[in-house]
Design a protein around this ligand. Structure first.
Ligand SMILES: [Zn+2]
Length: 80
């Protein structure tokens, strides 16, 4: 006699964090918002660092954020 185990697989959609840590001040206060299909805005609510990112293709906010951090760390980011 076999025992059947029924596994209920719950699909939990993990909400992606909407705020990221700031490469400048270290506070988790960076928000990525996609304004248009090809323009994203990244802004830190703590130190005021902001950046507009042109998108060639639609990307998830985390990718935009990663590019932003890369640019910031390599010094290619123009600060206001
Ligand atoms: Zn900041």
């Amino acid at each position: 006699m076999g025992r059947r185990r029924r596994r209920v697989i719950k699909i939990v959609k993990k909400a992606l964090p909407k705020v990221y840590s700031c490469p400048q001040c270290g506070t988790i206060a960076v928000k990525v918002s996609v304004k248009k299909e090809n323009l994203a805005k990244i802004a830190c609510g703590s130190c005021g660092l902001s950046y507009e990112h042109q998108l060639n293709i639609k990307k998830p906010p985390i990718d935009i954020y990663n590019e932003f951090v890369d640019k910031f760390l390599s010094g290619r980011l123009e600060s206001k």
